[in-house]
Ligand binder design. Structure first.
Ligand SMILES: O=C(O)CCC(=O)C(=O)O
Ligand SMILES: [Fe+2]
Length: 237
């Protein structure tokens, strides 16, 4: 596709906490990414998280950082001028890439429970997710992304069941080549994966001056969790 309306997309992102851009990346590029991802994960990849995390967080995702292994193909999205302009329109001067993380979920797994990617106490300190989908998400396969519009302005996510439906939630079903920009304070989750497997790739970034470990502490409805040390920092009741 050509140039999106960067200013309009930025306005929507700041109002809703997310914005979807369809047909952002070509089928050929997405096919390339999908085959590299499947090659890496193979048939039955192992979880890197411990059992406590898997049971409490109801989150079954295996991360992979392909750029850190020198896979230059993953630079193509990173270097896409439209993606950079859109990021600039949203975050302003001095924004920085954080890392590119591919996430894999096997058939029959729970997806991801409601969460915020980082602590929301300071509205100016956050990560931005730039999610791309190298295959269609569909109701058949599951793995849709659920968001609460405007929740990036509502502070900490409410306490409660980790996967209940929330008022005003919106279900996103991103298609191959789509980009989803998602503010890290926006309340979001990923629905269970019924069919096959599910893949997404996230080019995380931050505004100028954000600590590099911003996504270390994730806020769920039942706890705060620190990934670096694999520990529950706080039970939420
Ligand atoms: O895989 C997705 O669609 C979203 C995953 C997520 O919660 C995130 O990237 O922060
Ligand atoms: Fe997230």
């Amino acid at each position: 596709m050509g140039d999106p309306d960067y200013a309009a997309l930025a306005t929507e992102l700041w109002k809703q906490g997310f914005v979807v851009v369809e047909d952002m990346f070509s089928d050929a590029l997405m096919d390339d990414y999908q085959s590299l991802i499947l090659e890496h994960f193979g048939e039955s990849p192992q979880y890197s998280h411990n059992d406590e995390f898997l049971s409490k967080a109801a989150t079954e995702v295996i991360p992979w950082f392909p750029q850190q292994e020198g896979l230059a193909s993953f630079d193509t999205v990173e270097n896409d001028v439209r993606l950079q302009r859109l990021t600039q329109a949203i975050l302003g001067d001095g924004w920085q890439s954080l890392y590119c993380m591919t996430m894999f979920s096997k058939r029959g797994t729970s997806g991801q429970a409601w969460h915020q990617d980082c602590t929301p106490e300071n509205p100016a300190v956050f990560n931005m997710n730039r999610l791309i989908y190298s295959e269609n998400i569909s109701a058949d396969i599951g793995g849709q992304v659920v968001v609460v519009p405007g929740s990036h302005l509502r502070g900490q996510i409410s306490v409660g069941p980790v996967d209940e439906d929330l008022a005003n939630q919106q279900v996103l079903t991103p298609q191959k080549g789509s980009l989803v920009m998602l503010h890290g304070h926006t309340w979001h989750r990923v629905l269970p994966v019924h069919g096959r497997y599910r893949v997404s790739t996230n080019y995380r970034c931050t505004p100028n001056g954000t600590p590099a470990n911003i996504t270390d502490v994730c806020v769920y409805r039942n706890m705060r969790y620190r990934f670096e040390t694999n520990e529950v920092l706080e039970e939420r009741v």
